[in-house]
Design a protein around this ligand. Sequence first.
Ligand SMILES: *Cc1c(COP(=O)(O)O)cnc(C)c1O
Length: 410
Amino acid sequence: MKDISFESQVLHTLFEKEDAYHSLAMPVYNTAAYEFDSAEAMEAAFCGQTAEHAYSRITNPTVEYFEKRVRVVTGALSVTALNSGMAAISNALIVVAYQGANIITSTHLFGNTYSFIKNTLGAFGVEVRFCDLTNPEDVRTKVDKNTCAIFLEVITNPQLEVADLKKLSDIGKENGIPLIADTTVVPFNIFKAKDFGIDIEIVSSTKYISGGATSLGGLILDYGTFDWGQSPKLKDMVAQFGKSAFTTKLRKEIHRNLGAYMIPQVAYMQTLGLETLEVRYERQAATCLKLAQKLQSLKEIEAVNYTGLEDNPYYELSKAQFGPYPGAMFTFDLASKNDCFRFMNKLGLIRRATNLFDNKTLAIHPASTIYGTFTEEQRQSMDVSPKTIRLSVGLESAEDLFDDIRQALD
Ligand SMILES: *Cc1c(COP(=O)(O)O)cnc(C)c1O
């Protein structure tokens, strides 16, 4: 089934093994361990000669099925499912990072990602070099032979900044550095990360994929595009594992040692979410664009930020990379923090909550919540303004959402 559409293929990917009862849905294998017929079979499985399941911290049939569905629809070489987006980010970066290495990224990062790279990896001797990723020259001057990754979010949250991925990928290729990207805000049914030179894609499947905020999850997709012979840490593995060196390091060492594999119930729920991703995304992103356009006409709103709006500075680049519907989240500015709080408190239909791409529309004031414990100086360096509200658009009608926003502004 090569040339069928995303929405068809995602529904019709078969299990690894035929189910004993011909269950049409993937059974949920709630088990920690798996039994073997003989000591020899056990030895073969534990030593990697067979691919039998041994223990659910390492692999599980339900999780493997979810990973396979994502692999088939994205064309990735391998997919690893973990128990949150942060687990995916930390596992992936620990595969490539080492003492004395540096990571090139921007200060425009999800709060915990910023803290993970700066504080957690920093304590183990990994340096972070913050750049303006929209300025390739700045990146070029900061990379060196110890740069182990260029890491970015493809549309940053909440700034909604868009870097030119092909230019960053070219810098990576010239210098032997993998491009690792968090693509959570634009799901892989519309954004083909591999086509833009992303070597390792990371997704918080808590968001679009979970299917209405049912569960936490994270995915690491390895496209098999990077020559790991150029990585000081992984080069010794290339002779044996070739382009699978990253995946092998991840699956045989890092993810087992960190113990954050996805659990089977979550894989079941997220497989269901994946089945409806295309229709939910289409609806939510179209409502998002419509709302962003309508909000531009309200005098109480100082600015609306969505890269799908024609007057947005990233409009052309965003359209070239993500198409006409770049995510179902946008931000807008009111006159002051006080006005933002008054607005938040008057909302009726729209819920006050964090998270993105729930079926329900959610509003948050990022500066006082996600970035609330950061210093004012840090918030300024990250361009997180106290005047900004972030809206994650759900499945309600655009008219009902607009009415709620308008009454909350009065
Ligand atoms: C939510 C989010 C994460 C973290 O994902 P969790 O599943 O909450 O751990 C990382 N990056 C981005 C862009 C996110 O929106």
